[in-house]
Design a protein around this ligand. Sequence first.
Ligand SMILES: Cc1cc2nc3c(=O)[nH]c(=O)nc-3n(C[C@H](O)[C@H](O)[C@H](O)COP(=O)(O)OP(=O)(O)OC[C@H]3O[C@@H](n4cnc5c(N)ncnc54)[C@H](O)[C@@H]3O)c2cc1C
Length: 460
Amino acid sequence: MLPPTVLAEFAALLGTERARVDADTLALYAQDETPGRCTPEAVLFPTSHAEVVGCVRLALEHKLPITPRGAGSGNVGGAQPTPGSVVLSFECMNRIVEFDPANRLIVVEPGVITQDIDRLARSAGLMYAPDPGSGAYSRIGGNLAMNAAGPRAVKYGVTRDHVLGLRAVDGSGRELRTGSRTSKYATGYDLTRLLIGSEGTLALITEATLRLVPAPERTVSLRVCYASDTAACTAVQRIMQQAVVPSALEFMDRRSIEAITEFGAAEGLPPGTEAVLMVEADGPAEDIPRQVAALENALRGDGLLELQTGFTPAEIQNLWTARKSLSHAVKKIAPLKLNEDVVVPVSRLAELVAAIDAMGTLHRLPIVSFGHAGNGNLHVNLMVHPDDEGEMARAEACLRELIETVLRLGGTLSGEHGIGNKKRKFILLEIEPDTLALMRDLKRVFDPQGILNPGKKLPD
Ligand SMILES: Cc1cc2nc3c(=O)[nH]c(=O)nc-3n(C[C@H](O)[C@H](O)[C@H](O)COP(=O)(O)OP(=O)(O)OC[C@H]3O[C@@H](n4cnc5c(N)ncnc54)[C@H](O)[C@@H]3O)c2cc1C
């Protein structure tokens, strides 16, 4: 716990209610969605940019590491406190600063809940396109720090593609403004793109100017069942080779279908289903039939068992039932999910899925894979019992084999969940030494004392 004199300085800045060291608060902020805990020295709740600057300056003076935190929904330990650190939670910086539909932008503080931004945008016929599955509770600051994404990324891109500018505080307490309010920017270095996805290791984001896009008039869903993983992956390739880009292209593998079946939620899937694609199209109402025809054409091929299209909200909801039950179904297999978030070029997806199947057999582990197939982004879930040492050792070996396979196929370690403290050990397998050295130099420029989220993102 912080020495009383240091706590008094934070309390003088924030007020005693927002500089907390009580046991309940410390326990609550000792973990995020990732297994593992570490009790912080204090939890700070600034309410303004100026208070964040003050917190960084006090942390520097007292050599205290800072663990930034949004909603704590990250699953790579990014918001898990570093030993000896103070957690700086952005929950109380949750104001919409400005909503400017005429210029298709919105200015928000980092603690705003992601879905609330989209909801407000839609009141003016616009939308905030990034749609992480955690959007109902994750905070935009966490999304920016992780470069979060969701199913719509295949058509609309990831968080980074929807940010015009940022306000931030670096590890020296310097106050930064990056980008501009305009949709074109070619003035300084693009620090906006650098800070997005930097996982709180370069600067604390205190405000973001986000780009909004017109909301589609209509959305339709297709559920497509195949007799094998390969048949579904080949269909993904066909979809991504033609001109109509779907607004979602989600894949569930054979083990996912087995899990849903065991969970009792596979009703409606035709017999023999071993893989499912969930596809969405959106746009002007008059263009939907053309898009659906093109997508259906590409989805048809060897191994197709059934193709259903939902036009009304009830039909769409019905088609997504099996997919939505998946996270609950997976929890029944084993108590712990080691969740990888790998990406390969779309043309290599079938090879990756086949390799994962073989790894499951070799290492005697249930592996459930699903995800954003249109981006080649698979969530590969190794289901394990943490008390079973033998199983955990097999899982560790399997994870390394998975990463090596992904890199051999031309892919990358993470598509959206980031690196945090869980995946740092694999960075050297992907990033070349000179490039990594430059990244370390950048870290020193932004954070010379190394107080911002140490132990995350880059290997020691
Ligand atoms: C059920 C579930 C579904 C999910 N689905 C998706 C998905 O579809 N797509 C996806 O991308 N992710 C998903 N995630 C992961 C997670 O929700 C995202 O990474 C999200 O962006 C984290 O937001 P958060 O507010 O919870 O941030 P936290 O977990 O609190 O923090 C995440 C990282 O951001 C840093 N940080 C937070 N705020 C700031 C700030 N203001 N300035 C600098 N650094 C900061 C933290 O230090 C940490 O490193 C899912 C998680 C769960 C549990």
